[in-house]
Design a protein around this ligand. Structure first.
Ligand code: THU
Length: 134
């Protein structure tokens, strides 16, 4: 079973390491991979704004670069008051590495929300469209 609280704890710790001097909006993410390992990430901004990397992609790229390819769950937190949902680019990257799984959110009021992949990103374009079912 997925330990939601543990994954959120990792995401919150990663959020503290956010580099967000322009937006002052800190984001943390933690991905649980099929191996059972957890990788974390924060948003990393840049003076050339478009070079910014979201927390979700930081965590995923760390995991994939260590040989992991299957996300089972991703926890996302931010310094904002409301739930922070992944941007379109991150949804596309998540869809590449998550066949089925869940998104775990915590807002600034200690409320938790769990959303399955099919609800978060329906009608996605994935490798199945290019290569067929594995
Ligand atoms: N951001 C993330 O890291 N993840 C999200 O899900 C939404 C947005 C970051 C990018 C930028 O550093 C800041 O939040 C404001 O957009």
């Amino acid at each position: 079973m997925i330990n939601h609280k543990e994954l959120l704890k990792h995401a919150n710790e990663a959020m503290e390491r956010a580099y967000a001097p322009y937006s002052n909006f800190k984001v943390g993410a933690a991905v649980l991979m099929s191996s059972g390992k957890i990788y974390t990430g924060c948003n990393i901004e840049n003076a050339s704004y478009g070079a910014t990397n979201c927390a979700e992609r930081t965590a995923i790229f760390k995991a994939v670069s260590e040989g992991e390819k299957e996300i089972k769950a991703i926890a996302i937190v931010s310094s904002g008051k409301e739930f922070t949902y992944p941007c379109g680019i991150c949804r596309q990257v998540i869809a590449e590495f998550m066949k089925e799984g869940e998104f775990i959110f915590e807002n600034g009021q200690d409320e938790i929300q769990i959303v399955p992949l099919e609800k978060m990103f329906p009608y996605s374009f994935t490798k199945v469209d290019l290569l067929g079912e594995e």
